[in-house]
Design a protein around this ligand. Structure first.
Ligand code: FAD
Length: 315
């Protein structure tokens, strides 16, 4: 039936009639400078009227952004009505240290944690060794967080398999352990082909995982940067993607338009396959994510695009 839905959607006029019955979440990184802080708050200001389900703030390698992540999440919780989620990793910290960070969040009114193992301090590709008194992986962290307070917990999932994992089956077992420990949602690593997500969702369902799996979308603004990220996290770059960005290095405006078109098309196909929650890796820029949400029928204040059924109605 996903195939039938997809065929119907693809034969419809381009982008017509998407009802905006979707939920979105936006991911930011904590700013390093005052200028970056301004950019971040501009982005939050632009995206807030779309009423995201939550926004999340990443945690730098080895806890390097502990303060900045905390300050950013706490400010979002204080100054906006958007539910704020804090990313938290196990890297180079004892259980007591991680628990103290989590308790601070609970006291600051933050109720949602994106619980991650994190990467080895020397970067992805090197073997992760847990801190001797630390949480050994994300599943252990989820269990630890649940002992502290009834946090809502999101975890990471890898449609193209995590580079440390022996097989996709082992990776799915790991994902199931994170849900069993108390996570309520997984957010995926970014990917470029809709089938990559659909295959993963099917395999997760076949493995008995019925919790929410939200696709993470990374609008490509710089192909060079995406190529670097993909080499670290194992996301495949389809040949057609490299071809599409060829020759655009000196054409930033055209690159933006191509990026928006690609990401919107990916989102549209995911929508046709039943996806109703999208997580955007915004890189602290609002425009692309905003444009894609607009093309999906979202309008400020929760209203749907005119002519479409109002938000909340099924497609
Ligand atoms: P885990 O789920 O613990 O596992 C990683 C891999 O190791 C799994 O594939 C699993 O198969 C294997 N594994 C784990 N435990 C076992 C076991 N007991 N036996 C066998 N195999 C095992 N990184 C940051 O530093 N900061 C962030 O803010 C951040 N945010 C992210 C947000 C999202 C949505 C995603 C998808 C990733 C994010 N990352 C972040 C990257 C993440 O930290 C890395 O991908 C890291 O290498 C794995 O983290 P994890 O939580 O998936 O680990």
């Amino acid at each position: 039936s996903a195939l039938r839905e997809l065929q119907t959607a693809l034969s419809a006029p381009l982008f017509a009639g998407l009802p905006g019955d979707i939920a979105v979440s936006f991911e930011f990184f904590p700013p390093k400078t005052e200028k970056m802080e301004e950019t971040l708050w501009d982005a939050i200001g632009t995206l807030a009227p779309l009423e995201p389900s939550f926004v999340s703030v990443t945690y730098g390698a080895g806890g390097s952004t502990r303060e900045r992540t905390h300050n950013t999440v706490a400010r979002i919780a204080r100054e906006t009505s958007i539910p704020a989620a804090a990313h938290l990793t196990c890297v180079e910290a004892s259980r007591e240290e991680v628990d103290a960070v989590a308790r601070d969040y609970w006291e600051a009114g933050v109720r949602h944690i994106v619980a991650l193992r994190g990467d080895a301090p020397d970067g992805p590709g090197t073997r992760f060794t847990p801190h001797p008194q630390g949480y050994e992986n994300a599943a252990a962290l989820v269990a630890g967080l649940k002992r502290i307070a009834p946090f809502e917990i999101s975890v990471a999932a890898y449609p193209e398999c995590h580079p440390d994992s022996a097989s996709l089956e082992a990776d799915l077992d790991n994902l199931r352990r994170k849900f069993d420990a108390g996570a309520s949602r997984a957010i995926t690593q970014f990917f470029f082909e809709p089938d990559t997500f659909f295959r993963f969702r099917d395999r997760a369902a076949a493995a008995g995982i019925d919790a929410e799996i939200v696709p993470g979308l990374m609008p490509v603004t710089s192909f060079a940067a995406v190529r670097r990220m993909c080499s670290l996290c194992g996301t495949a770059i389809p040949g057609w993607l490299a071809d599409l960005f060829e020759g655009l290095d000196d054409h930033p405006a055209a690159r933006q338009l191509v990026a928006a078109t690609l990401a919107a098309e990916l989102a549209r196909r995911l929508y046709a396959g039943g996806v109703r929650h999208f997580h955007f890796y915004t890189l602290n820029r609002a425009e692309l994510s905003y444009a894609i949400c607009h093309l999906l029928g979202m309008r400020p204040g929760g209203s749907a695009a005119s002519g479409a059924p109002s938000k909340g109605l099924a497609a």
